[in-house]
Design a protein around this ligand. Structure first.
Ligand SMILES: *[C@@H]1O[C@H](CO)[C@@H](O)[C@H](O)[C@H]1NC(C)=O
Ligand SMILES: *[C@@H]1O[C@H](CO)[C@@H](O)[C@H](O)[C@H]1NC(C)=O
Length: 212
């Protein structure tokens, strides 16, 4: 018995070291080996799901559903009518697939409503630009904001040129690396621009190419 307890203690430490909490009340007596075996026993189920999605009846289904969402519903900000429509489509899809316990639950969420947005380059020539306000953007005053721009390609460049940014519109012309890296300009761009005293910020689309 003493041996068993010591053994469990060692295994527990290992699980902590690997950064995962595997042990929980009822399974606290199980060894890694047993857990590994249990996970391995689902191999066939996992293979069935993968085969269904990659080669079988569900081939291309995720892609087609995503295409349907982006083509027919479009942007789906929290709390919007279009998100509601997207949820209804997914709800119906999951029911059609015969999944268990498919149900909706009411939630409360703050929401942001799009107003009107426009941007015009005034110098060196007048040019109307196609822009889209990012969800949760703070509106400009009714007369808008007119200012010189400071174009930067990175947050590092913005830091380096911080004294030039005060009172300007910061334009991020960041190269596209990958989504997780480049989306930081969408997430943090306005905040970083505000920190150096800019009046507003614009970013390029977070995409590998633009159809505009
Ligand atoms: C999935 O897409 C590929 C590539 O477009 C196509 O060859 C294949 O027939 C599609 N499969 C199904 C089940 O529609
Ligand atoms: C994205 O690019 C960064 C920087 O090159 C890299 O560290 C990261 O692993 C990449 N992420 C993915 C998901 O490829």
């Amino acid at each position: 018995m003493k041996f068993l307890l010591t053994f469990v203690g060692v295994v527990h430490l290992l699980s902590l070291n690997s950064g995962k909490t595997i042990y929980k009340n009822d399974i606290s007596q199980r060894t890694f080996q047993e857990i590994k075996e249990e996970i391995a026993s689902y191999g066939d189920v996992a293979k069935t799901i993968i085969n269904l999605a990659v080669y079988g009846k569900a081939q291309n289904r995720s892609y087609e559903r995503l295409a349907l969402l982006v083509d027919t519903v479009g942007p789906r900000p929290s709390g919007s009518k279009s998100l509601e429509k997207a949820i209804q489509i997914m709800y119906q899809n999951l029911q059609e697939d015969g999944l268990e316990n498919v149900h909706l639950e009411p939630v409360k969420i703050p929401h942001w409503e799009r107003g009107e947005e426009s941007a015009m380059m005034l110098v060196p020539r007048i040019h109307k630009m196609a822009i889209l306000g990012l969800g949760s953007s703070i509106g400009t005053p009714p007369e808008g904001i007119t200012a010189e721009v400071l174009v930067v390609t990175s947050f590092e460049e913005l830091q380096r040129r911080a004294p030039e940014a005060r009172g300007k519109i910061v334009v991020y012309n960041q190269p596209y690396v990958n989504y997780s890296t480049t989306v930081q300009y969408r997430v943090q761009g306005a905040v970083e621009a505000a920190k150096v005293g800019a009046l507003a910020s614009l970013i390029r689309s977070v995409a590998s190419f633009s159809i505009y």
